[in-house]
Design a binder for this molecule. Structure first.
Ligand code: ADP
Ligand code: MG
Length: 400
């Protein structure tokens, strides 16, 4: 399917000489905060190559990102100060806050290689609605645009599509890398290609299940979503999370997988507990016999072994979503076991999704996977074959 006539991303080179040029760089610094500090800086470090390269080219950088969901109104907890401070620390360059009514003037005061950062884009209602006036205001701050916010590329927001439609625009290095890596999963991945899906909601992931069934050699399913698959096959799931209204869709996916001869591998055993709490009574039970009054909260040890066995033969792996409630130690073994298995094989391995990426990083396996995607939802939509608006606008045949 690799097609040489397929549209390509415009890249930084396509913007020409950037010396002294003001460049609006849309980054995705939507990072988790804990007690007012950045709890995980992957998304910041991931954009540093783009920022360094633009600074070295003598550009004037105006960074823009959203943080959290302030719903179009300013919110003290979601101000970007902690993010700005961390970027400054990690990057080793000054990052000036550009706020208030003097944004335009402040942006014009910056010189070659200087970096300024706008306040949280989502404090403005025009960001999410892609309001033309807001997009035009943002565009007026700069002469060029670089899109590096892969994690936001599935959103048709002002800073993601409205601005690049109004300025010469190109993808940043992180955006390029994400698209390159994820495209490798779509275009001729080495077989066996094994995907592992987990996480909370089956309805969020049925689209990607269906897309992956067409491409993979095996699909391993854990996390809460496994219980909808188990229930669809008539298992007793106790009080586990089951999305009844999606069971017909699940059955359809199972049938399609069966037609294609692709095994959908479900847990054989699960760790169940009376409630989602670290000190609830827990028990390892057969996955199709979760007792009434108990919820399945992790995959069991036999399942971990089976998943690891299947993974050991894989040449290409994609993993999204934790295998259990890994935030609580008693239910973290499944996620840890899968992380270990993914880190231990020599296959081409890609991990996407905030929680699964966090699990890999927490275990110190970051360097043992080929790519940690900075976009959970965006990576899933890409693998579903959907057009991401924030990518389409940076393609060679698009406007901007
Ligand atoms: P990701 O961020 O990796 O894409 P999701 O956001 O879809 O993953 O899901 C992560 C959440 O799913 C975690 O908070 C985890 O506690 C929860 N989860 C996983 N397994 C279960 C389960 N069996 N029951 C309830 N919640 C679960
Ligand atoms: Mg998540």
């Amino acid at each position: 399917m690799a097609d040489s006539s397929a549209p390509k991303l415009r890249t930084i080179e396509d913007l020409g000489n950037l010396t002294g040029k003001r460049v609006l760089v849309r980054v995705d610094f939507n990072v988790p905060l804990e007690k007012g500090a950045v709890a995980d800086d992957l998304r910041i470090t991931a954009s540093l190559p783009t920022l360094r390269e633009l600074r070295e080219a003598g550009a004037v950088l105006i960074l823009a990102t959203h943080l959290g969901r302030p719903k179009g109104k300013p919110s003290d907890e979601l101000k970007l100060e902690p993010v700005r401070a961390r970027l400054q620390e990690l990057g080793g360059f000054e990052v000036r806050p550009l706020g208030g009514d003097e944004v335009g003037r402040a942006a014009r005061d910056l010189g070659e290689g200087d970096v300024g950062m706008l306040e949280n884009l989502r404090f403005h209602p025009g960001e999410e609605s892609n309001d033309p006036a807001f997009a035009a205001d943002l565009a007026s701050l700069a002469e060029s645009y670089v899109g590096d916010a892969f994690g936001a590329a599935h959103r048709a927001h002002a800073s993601v599509v409205g601005v690049p439609q109004r300025l010469p625009s190109a993808a940043g290095r992180l955006m390029q890398k994400e698209i390159e890596v994820l495209s490798r999963l779509l275009e001729g991945p080495q077989a066996p290609f094994v995907a592992i899906l987990g996480g909370a909601k089956v309805s969020d992931k049925l689209g990607v299940v269906d897309a992956l069934v067409e491409r993979v050699d095996a699909l391993l399913i854990g996390g809460a979503m496994a219980f909808s698959f188990l229930a669809a096959q008539g298992a007793e799931t106790g009080d586990s999370l089951v999305e009844e209204e999606r069971l017909d869709d699940v059955r359809r996916s199972l049938k399609r997988a069966d037609e294609r001869g692709v095994p959908i591998v479900l847990p054989e055993d699960v760790v169940a507990a009376t409630e989602i709490s670290a000190d609830a009574r827990k028990e390892t039970v057969p996955a199709d016999h979760v007792p009434q009054g108990m919820k399945g909260l992790d995959i069991g040890p036999r399942t971990v072994e089976e998943f690891a066995r299947i993974l050991s033969d894989a040449r290409t792996v994609f993993w999204n979503g934790p295998m259990g409630v890994f935030e609580l130690e008693p239910f973290a073994l499944g996620t840890r076991g899968v992380a270990q298995a993914v880190a231990g094989i020599s296959a081409f391995t890609v991990v996407g999704g905030g929680d699964s990426v966090a699990a890999i990083r927490k275990l110190g396996f970051e360097d043992r996977v080929d790519h940690l995607s900075t976009g959970g939802g965006a990576s899933l939509e890409f693998l579903e074959g959907k057009t991401l608006p924030g990518v389409a606008v940076l393609m060679e045949d698009a406007d901007g």
